[in-house]
Design a protein around this ligand. Structure first.
Ligand code: SP5
Ligand code: ZN
Length: 352
């Protein structure tokens, strides 16, 4: 399979993230993508390629231009204001902050601006964040181009991940939404209705928001129940889209401990749902944080389970743009991604 990757993500690195108010060792680390890269190379069965450049237009099609400008310039501004540590919000803007007081303005000062755009304390920005973010989007778009041009499947080793980034808000280790950028771009290229299958452990709040009112990009997500886990505010089963997109969002919240058989049953249902609403291509937000040993997840998938998942998704007969999202237990990440893609190739053919 065609694997798109770039070393630019190594510049997006920091030591700690703030979880529940405590500084803990960073989980979204360069070693994640390195482990996946190394495992894919070790198979000797995949073709690795660097991303091409696609410019800013595909990003501007889904994100607020002011947020992209913020991401591009914030590090320089931060450093100019005398700070050198990773950018993490002190204050985060709540929807209730200006109740009855009119519109909120983006603050001018760097310490204020971050909390206007970023919704949590786990998504630090450092010097190399923007370059890595741009490159992750280009990775996703390059994988999508390959599929548009005829490949049955392609994999984008995106880091940072993307599915928590919304139109004008980011967080959850995500800065721009790689899967959403790709889906919107594919629609614009004439690919018809493009489905998004999100199997990261966490609900893809950003992706859901971006396509909430669109019937041409159906969104299906399996995830830990937001009544129990991050991102808490979205991903309930009764969220089904709005306006013209009513009925084109599917949320499948899962109980803690869900293992291979139970997960695959729900996955089959989600793939069928998506299949009947999609013309040709499905974009997969592939999170591996559903793994039994993952530190952030509480589901219990196994490496063999991932192979079966890849197989099941490929059985839809849809062409696949598979993009990396989460997955934090580094020792098994490589094997699990390899297994998922093996599952796809066992159905779609080794040339997929
Ligand atoms: C892309 C992606 O997977 N982003 C995930 C961001 C999740 N951040 C939530 C961290 C919450 C930590 N609390 C969990 C305690 C686990 N024992
Ligand atoms: Zn996740």
């Amino acid at each position: 399979m065609l694997i798109v990757h770039s070393p630019a993500h190594h510049g997006h690195a920091y030591d700690v993230e703030i979880q529940h108010g405590q500084a803990v060792p960073a989980l979204e680390v360069p070693a994640r993508a390195q482990a996946i890269h190394d495992a894919l190379v070790a198979t000797g069965r995949h073709t690795l390629t660097p991303p091409g450049t696609h410019g800013m237009a595909p990003l501007e099609a889904v994100h607020d231009a002011a947020m992209l400008r913020y991401l591009e310039t914030c590090w320089t501004d931060w450093v100019a204001s005398g700070r050198t540590t990773p950018i993490v919000p002190e204050t985060v803007l709540l929807h209730t902050y200006r109740d009855g007081m009119g519109e909120v303005r983006e603050p001018r000062t760097p310490a204020g601006r971050i909390g206007y755009w970023c919704f949590d304390t786990e998504s630090p920005i450092v010097e190399g964040t923007w370059q890595a973010t741009r490159e992750a989007a280009d990775i996703a778009l390059t994988a999508a181009s390959a599929v548009l041009e005829g490949a049955v499947a392609a994999y984008g080793l995106c880091r940072p991940p993307g599915h928590h980034a919304a139109r004008r808000m980011f967080g959850g280790y995500c800065y721009v939404n790689n899967a959403a950028i790709v889906a919107a771009w594919l629609v614009g290229q004439g690919a018809g209705r493009v489905g998004i299958l999100d199997v990261d452990f966490h609900h893809g709040n950003g992706t859901q928001q971006l396509f909430w009112e669109r019937a041409d990009v159906p969104y299906a997500s399996l995830h830990g129940d937001p009544d129990r886990v991050y991102p808490y505010f979205s991903g309930h089963a009764d969220e089904r889209g709005g306006g013209a997109g009513t009925g084109f969002t599917l949320n499948v919240p899962l109980p803690a401990g869900t293992s291979d058989d139970g997960y695959l049953r729900e996955l089959a249902r989600a793939v069928d749902w998506l299949d009947s609403r999609t013309d040709d291509i499905i974009v997969v937000s592939l999170g591996i944080d559903t793994y039994e040993r993952d530190q952030l997840g509480d589901l219990a998938l196994t490496t063999e389970g991932y192979r079966r998942c890849g197989e099941l998704v490929a059985h839809s007969g849809r062409r696949l743009v598979v993009l990396q999202e989460g997955g934090y237990f580094v020792p098994a990440l490589g094997d699990n991604v390899v297994a998922w893609l093996d599952g796809v190739e066992s159905v779609a053919g080794a040339g997929a």
